[in-house]
Design a protein around this ligand. Structure first.
Ligand SMILES: Nc1ncnc2c1ncn2[C@@H]1O[C@H](COP(=O)(O)OP(=O)(O)O)[C@@H](O)[C@H]1O
Ligand SMILES: [Mg+2]
Length: 305
């Protein structure tokens, strides 16, 4: 755990030296027109705690509310949104970066009413792009702005790309399990966000996954929220919990979302609650995908601060 925190600090230090995405980015303007998409990132400190399951099933629940939803796989190491949906996308963001494909061409419709963008190796390339290529790439990504919801399934918190996404999102969902190691690592991420970014603009939301009971989840959440408030002066909202449920494992084995395999299982009902709550609490001023991209990748159209 200490290793993880150390690694994060190191990354953030390097970032500070080399980029201008820092505490003041909230004043960045955008000239994007159709920029309504609500951006939700799903992240965790520790791997294997349920990010991909939450991303995909949350997407389905939003789709059932009539929303147009895209899930973007930004997990560099373990790109597995497609595995969970039993799909083998031929192309990913890498091909967009290389200008071999447009984003529309790599967007894959699933049989579940949601679309996915395979990120895979694409995201790690972004840092090395030249100004013009980067602008073209942002313009490509922006064509996704007409979705209602874009859910970004990130890797566990050690990459600086991921931290940028979290900081620029409308809703940053942090997921943990009740295990002490997962809690400590989740807190590590929250701490980095609080210290490195303009945290006032980050709507941090906590989900406790694999809980045995509602009271257990609530006590985990209360503890984290209190510590974040007390030591980081940071408001974190409790978004809800998901039961530890064998239906999840069964669905993963069948490479289908558990909301589809077993819509009445405990985990499905929990995800439905989470999404209903999110839908009721829309961000007042959605920052939109275009603005988010500019915050993250920078653009010559924007004043750098
Ligand atoms: N609510 C749950 N109940 C039971 N098992 C779960 C639950 N959530 C996740 N799992 C198990 O954990 C594994 C990892 O989940 P995944 O969503 O792939 O995590 P991550 O994306 O964070 O690495 C799943 O394959 C499943 O076996
Ligand atoms: Mg995953």
């Amino acid at each position: 755990m200490e290793d993880q925190a150390e690694k994060l600090r190191e990354i953030m230090k390097r970032k500070k030296d080399s980029t201008n995405v820092s505490k003041t980015t909230s004043s960045v303007k955008s000239n994007v027109k159709a920029d309504k998409a609500r951006i939700i990132t799903v992240t965790s400190g520790k791997g294997g705690v349920g990010k991909t399951n939450l991303s995909v099933n949350m997407a389905l629940a939003f789709a059932r509310l009539g929303k147009k939803v895209i899930v973007m796989d930004a997990d560099l190491g373990l790109a597995n949104v497609n595995v969970m949906l039993n799909m083998i996308p031929k192309y990913n963001l890498y091909h967009v970066i290389k200008k071999q494909k447009t984003i529309r061409e790599i967007l894959v419709e699933t049989e579940y009413g949601i679309s996915i963008v395979a990120g895979a190796s694409g995201f790690s390339q972004i840092a090395n792009m030249g100004e013009e290529d980067r602008r073209d790439f942002i313009a490509e990504l922006e064509t996704l702005s007409n979705a209602d919801i874009i859910i970004i399934d990130t890797s566990a918190g050690v990459s600086s790309n991921v931290l940028d996404f979290i900081a620029a999102a409308d809703d940053a969902v942090i997921i943990t399990t009740p295990e002490p190691t997962a809690i400590t690592d989740a807190y590590g991420i929250i701490k980095i966000i609080a210290t490195e970014y303009d945290s006032i603009n980050v709507g941090l939301k906590l989900v406790v996954n694999r809980a045995k009971a509602a009271v257990q989840a609530k006590s985990v959440a209360d503890r984290m929220i209190n510590i974040a408030g007390q030591f980081l002066n940071l408001k974190v909202d409790y978004l809800g919990f998901i039961y530890d449920d064998t239906a999840v494992q069964n669905a993963v084995l069948r490479q289908k979302p558990f909301m589809v395999v077993d819509p009445k299982c405990k985990a499905s009902i929990c995800v439905q609650h989470i999404v209903d709550r999110m839908d009721r609490n829309k961000p007042g001023d959605s920052r939109g995908f275009g603005k988010m991209l500019r915050r993250i990748f920078g653009s010559s159209n924007e004043p750098s601060i």
